[in-house]
Write a protein that binds this ligand. Structure first.
Ligand SMILES: *[C@@H]1O[C@H](CO)[C@@H](O)[C@H](O)[C@H]1NC(C)=O
Ligand SMILES: *[C@@H]1O[C@H](CO)[C@@H](O)[C@H](O)[C@H]1NC(C)=O
Ligand SMILES: *[C@@H]1O[C@H](CO)[C@@H](O)[C@H](O)[C@H]1NC(C)=O
Ligand SMILES: *[C@@H]1O[C@H](CO)[C@@H](O)[C@H](O)[C@H]1NC(C)=O
Ligand SMILES: *[C@@H]1O[C@H](CO)[C@@H](O)[C@H](O)[C@H]1NC(C)=O
Ligand SMILES: *[C@@H]1O[C@H](CO)[C@@H](O)[C@H](O)[C@H]1NC(C)=O
Length: 501
């Protein structure tokens, strides 16, 4: 018994080192699964198994078990050994110790470095960022994934390549870093931060142009105001203004050097000066003022006739006036009679055109006119014109036929007589011609054609002095009545030809 007691009192783990063996690889990489396996010559006898690292106990098992480091770290490097209590003869136990085994856990890859092609890039130019690290040659097959971050935001997540090309904006300025990790995420490492300051180029050279070009708008049609800037990066805010009032017509923010504002239905009131501004830095650049002129298409020509109540007599001269007050000049006015062209008049100042007609019976009918200024063509309403025989101004009364009798003339709707002072064949010839009768034959006294003119009837002409070629008595020189009674009324006899109508 004494011997046994003495055996039990031996210092732990030295005398029986061969009984418990330790199995542990000497090298591993970060993220590896490393198993430390201690086993005895007869594992069934193990009552307690303790694992030690660098002299400190790290695990205790009540039977044979291995110790697993599932995700190795460099800090797991060190010296490992185990001790075991094993049963010996009935209730006796003794302690066995293993050899010490060294483990070195190497870094799988160093922390990546983020390389930025420019730390002060100009906005919208390409910036390349690359996240680089190195795997040891015997682990070069390990797939790595890369992520990119800025100020706590993930920009690119777990891409298989650590190389990115980005067009950055001013708002994208900030601290960038990247991360490399194994696909299983067992090892992940971050780069240092790099501050990227993105520079904005302010807009310059604002220019306002129009469509149609030159600010020549047409009423009722569309007008596009095109604002452009010569350079500038990032989002540009365009706005359009009237020069006179400064009123803002619209505003658009775009990542472009050009923007359009459309006025779909141009009115006359849209004429005036316009400018636009472009801005990407809170200090707008203004264009020059462009004058917009609004041309008005020919639209509502109005035809008027100089004849009162559209009624005229053969031989009258009638003026046709066609007017389109608003049409932009020049205007070509065309006149139509029963839809047949009568004539075309170009009026440089627009306004109105006049067309004269010396009326014949053929001129009865409907008239219209058209205004055309190249922007629009419009026909007026039709105006009807009636042309009739002019009422007679001279007549022969109480004769056998209308070409013989006492001479009477009309003034202001009243019929009066002609004194026979100087009354001769020349005067009769004129009367005959005026009435469409035949040749002059006699110069009888009016008394020959009773009844006499009534007392109330005036004697209008004392003396008519015709040279015989006049078309009407009214054309002859006349002396107003000063002293003549109806007993001196003149008469006339012509050949009885009827005026053909
Ligand atoms: C625009 O019109 C105004 C007045 O109508 C004139 O003074 C100015 O010179 C014009 N500007 C241009 C660029 O035609
Ligand atoms: C002239 O033409 C228009 C349409 O082309 C028609 O409405 C009108 O009746 C025509 N007038 C005459 C007199 O033919
Ligand atoms: C007026 O112009 C039209 C179109 O050009 C033409 O057809 C017409 O014959 C012209 N009229 C006269 C009277 O010249
Ligand atoms: C003139 O127009 C009217 C209707 O507006 C029509 O009744 C008439 O027949 C037309 N006259 C001629 C000569 O075409
Ligand atoms: C023209 O006037 C005459 C006399 O007033 C009338 O008899 C005729 O009906 C008129 N013709 C037209 C087309 O109006
Ligand atoms: C006759 O009188 C008319 C009208 O007054 C005139 O035009 C014409 O020249 C005169 N003829 C002669 C031959 O005197």
């Amino acid at each position: 018994v004494c011997v046994c007691v003495c055996v039990l009192s031996f210092p732990v783990g030295t005398a029986f080192a061969d009984w418990l063996s330790i199995d542990l690889q000497s090298h591993a990489y970060e993220g590896d699964r490393v198993v430390v396996r201690c086993s005895g010559k007869d594992n069934g006898k193990i009552k307690k198994l303790m694992y030690y690292k660098d002299g400190s106990r790290i695990a205790t098992y009540s039977s044979a078990s291995s110790y697993t480091i599932s995700n190795a770290r460099p800090s797991d490097s060190g010296s490992y050994y185990c001790k075991s209590d094993k049963s010996l003869l009935y209730f006796f136990e003794e302690t066995e110790g293993s050899r010490t085994q060294w483990l070195t856990v190497r870094e799988l890859f160093p922390a990546p470095s983020l390389t930025v092609s420019s730390l002060q890039p100009v906005e919208e130019t390409s910036v390349t960022l690359s996240c680089d690290t190195r795997l040891p040659s015997e682990r070069s097959w390990t797939p790595l994934q890369y992520s990119l971050f800025r100020d706590g935001h993930t920009l690119k997540s777990r891409s298989s390549s650590g190389f990115w090309t980005l067009a950055l904006r001013k708002e994208d300025s900030g601290n960038y870093w990247c991360e490399a990790m194994t696909a299983s995420r067992s090892v992940s490492k971050r780069s240092r931060q790099s501050y990227v300051q993105v520079h904005r180029i302010p807009v310059s050279g604002a220019l306002l142009e129009t469509q149609p070009q030159g600010g020549q708008a047409v009423e009722g049609q569309g007008l596009v105001l095109i604002c452009s800037v010569a350079e500038g990066t990032g989002e540009t805010t365009f706005s359009w203004h009237r020069a006179d009032t400064g009123e803002r017509l619209g505003s658009k923010s775009q990542r472009s050097w050009r923007s359009e504002l459309e006025i779909p239905d141009v009115r006359e009131s849209h004429a005036g000066g316009y400018y636009c501004t472009g801005d990407n830095t809170q200090s707008p650049i203004q264009s020059e003022v462009v004058n917009i002129t609004v041309k008005i298409p020919a639209s509502h020509p109005v035809l008027t006739l100089s004849a009162p109540e559209a009624h005229a007599f053969i031989g009258d001269t009638v003026e046709l006036h066609c007017e389109d007050k608003r049409a932009h000049p020049p205007v070509l006015y065309s006149f139509y009679h029963n839809n047949v062209s009568l004539g075309n008049i170009s009026v440089p100042s627009g306004g109105r055109a006049s067309f004269s007609l010396s009326l014949t019976r053929e001129h009865i009918g409907n008239y219209s006119c058209e205004a055309n200024n190249g922007l629009g063509v419009q026909r007026s309403e039709e105006v009807a014109l009636n042309v009739t025989e002019p009422p007679p101004k001279t007549r022969l009364v109480n004769g056998a036929h209308r070409c013989e009798g006492r001479v009477e003339v009309e003034r202001d709707g009243r019929w009066g007589t002609v004194c026979d002072d100087g009354w001769g064949l020349k005067e009769v010839a004129v009367v005959c011609r005026e009435l469409g009768c035949g040749a002059a034959k006699h110069t009888p006294a009016g008394l020959l054609y009773p009844p006499l003119a009534e007392e109330a009837q005036p004697v209008f002409i004392q003396v008519a002095l015709c040279n015989g070629t006049e078309e009407a008595l009214a054309e002859c020189e006349q002396v107003e009545t000063f002293d003549c009674g109806h007993d001196e009324d003149a008469g006339a006899v012509c050949e009885a030809l009827y005026k053909s109508l």
